[in-house]
Design a protein around this ligand. Structure first.
Ligand code: UT7
Length: 304
């Protein structure tokens, strides 16, 4: 990063906690990462792709604007027994997907739901902008949701948005207001733009709020939480959230140093990593929370 923008490793690490990011090859796309994560999640659930009846993908970096990334993944995995749709809620995309999937399971409309969080943020990052490029990375994570007979699983979810803050984190051009063919006499702004310090202030407040609301709905407090698995955007935001909710940092799962901010992939990647490392035990209370552009913020409490 020091070679491409005016920054220092020391600044990035001390202000964000990030020391590495994973970036896709030019010929690797969101659908490739999504398929990779989905195959592992479906295998871990002891299912086959044909068992899935709904695919939900949280992403702001689909392969194409049309059709949805969920349809591309459906085709690549031949999951033709399913419906498929994308959920656009920036970094809260996966947790919005989890809440939507949970509601569908409860309604009985779908029975086995694949929920993916995936981003190729490198495709919308301006590597001349030090305010953003040091933060973002690429990745994917996935879960399979189905009904259980016991009292484990999703205990509560909380979702919220505030569209008044659109311009704090956005891509100005390429939509219907500024379609590419109408942009004349200036460079198109097709990369993520962020007002970092303003987003930071909201993130601290909203990740705490989302966490407390979901815990309250589940009849729990921070003391009951075995693991907080937060969106890995900034170590200082995570520390403030943990403090507000009353969770000590040894109960917070962190992988921000390795991957940076991977938006909607962040929470499911951390969840999967914690699980595969054997850190999550049966009946553990897991609190997941995320915050992102929109603004959007969300959380979920799970008995593992
Ligand atoms: O994924 C969900 C949404 N995203 C987030 O949650 C990110 C939220 N925001 C943040 O994590 C932090 O605001 C940043 C890491 C982006 C920035 O940290 P900060 O402590 O809030 O710094 P700042 O924006 O207040 O900037 C302080 C200074 C500025 O210089 P001046 O104006 O004081 O001279 C920036 O230009 O730091 C400068 N700066 C940098 N310096 C070295 C900004 N980026 C860099 C950089 N290297 N990469």
């Amino acid at each position: 990063m020091e070679k491409i923008v005016d920054t220092s490793d020391e600044w990035i690490l001390s202000r964000t906690g990030i020391s590495e990011r994973r970036i896709c090859a030019d010929n690797e796309f969101s659908s490739d990462m999504a398929v990779n994560a989905a195959q592992k999640a479906i295998a871990m659930a002891g299912l086959t792709p044909a068992d899935i009846d709904l695919i939900l993908i949280g992403t702001v970096t689909p392969d194409y604007r049309v059709p949805s990334l969920a349809c591309i993944v459906q085709k690549k995995m031949e999951m033709y027994n399913s419906a498929a749709m994308d959920i656009v809620a920036a970094c809260a995309g996966f947790l919005n997907g989890l809440a939507v999937g949970n509601a569908f399971i409860k309604s009985g409309q779908f029975r086995k739901i694949l929920i993916i969080g995936v981003e190729k943020l490198s495709s919308i990052t301006d590597y001349k902008d030090r305010n953003t490029c040091v933060l973002f990375g690429d990745g994917a994570g996935a879960v399979v949701l189905e009904e259980t007979a016991d009292d484990r699983g999703i205990l509560s979810t909380y979702l919220k948005s505030d569209g008044r803050f659109t311009e704090l984190l956005w891509i100005p051009d390429g939509g219907t207001i500024n379609p590419c063919q109408k942009i004349k006499g200036r460079d198109a702004e097709v990369y993520l733009k962020m007002n970092g310090s303003e987003v930071f202030k909201h993130a601290v407040r909203m990740m705490g709020e989302a966490s407390l609301k979901a815990l309250h709905s589940a009849g729990l407090t921070g003391k009951d939480v075995t693991w907080l698995i937060p969106h890995q955007a900034n170590i200082r935001i995570i520390e403030s959230t943990a403090k507000r909710v009353g969770i000590s940092m040894d109960r917070v799962y962190l992988n921000i140093a390795m991957y940076g901010n991977t938006s909607s992939a962040s929470v499911p990647m951390a969840l999967d990593e914690a699980n595969r490392a054997g850190r999550l035990k049966k009946n553990d209370i897991i609190l997941m929370t995320a915050f992102g552009g929109g603004l959007t913020w969300a959380s979920a409490v799970v008995r593992w």
